[in-house]
Design a protein around this ligand. Sequence first.
Ligand SMILES: CC(C)(COP(=O)(O)OP(=O)(O)OC[C@H]1O[C@@H](n2cnc3c(N)ncnc32)[C@H](O)[C@@H]1OP(=O)(O)O)[C@@H](O)C(=O)NCCC(=O)NCCS
Length: 197
Amino acid sequence: MDGTAGEPIRDTSRGVDVRPSTENDVPAMLAIYAHHITRGLGEFDPEPTHADDIKRRRKNMLRRRLPHLVAEREGAVVGYAYAVPFRKRPAYRYAVKHSIYVHPEHLHSGIGRLLLPALVEACTAAGFRQMFAYIDADNRPSQNLHEAHGFQRVGVLTGVGYKFGGWTDSLLMQRAIGEGATTPPPEPKFEPKPEPA
Ligand SMILES: CC(C)(COP(=O)(O)OP(=O)(O)OC[C@H]1O[C@@H](n2cnc3c(N)ncnc32)[C@H](O)[C@@H]1OP(=O)(O)O)[C@@H](O)C(=O)NCCC(=O)NCCS
């Protein structure tokens, strides 16, 4: 597997570019994340996240050649999306799960609609075959966005989260990418070791 994202994607009608993130984007990504995790329907974490946490996660993902993208409008980061391994064990190495966050002042203005297909394309180009998202059962915007981009609801995890004083359900949404499960993955060529003399 190789590569993260290719050429930046530009939506001229909205003045938005999608490109691989850089370390300079970390403060802007942190601000977006900090907003959503303390109040939203996405991840929940009452503890503040630090720039170093995001830097470390980003570097870890890039080392594994996993896409990490930002959307930029007039020079400001207005959203980001990235993929992580679905599970750690080697059998699952062709499956990723992803997250996507849009700046609170730019919600429902077409950023997610640009970021998600760009992430799908980057994951496909990197050789992955399946993408998954865990989505809060009350998170209608995210479910709609994912359905509009070919993700299907494949499961419900009941009472799996606890936040804001109540239990929450998560939906598991999945999409096959590239050749999905229709063909075997390209395995690395096996080079037999020379017989000892
Ligand atoms: C989910 C999220 C990424 C969507 O991004 P966005 O930029 O606001 O979405 P877009 O403007 O590109 O809209 C794309 C589609 O998403 C859906 N959508 C977006 N906002 C919506 C809303 N408030 N209500 C219902 N559907 C909505 C619609 O299907 C929309 O298509 P439409 O414009 O034709 O109706 C964004 O709401 C977000 O960052 N939410 C907080 C963090 C989060 O929940 N992340 C996902 C965790 S799984």
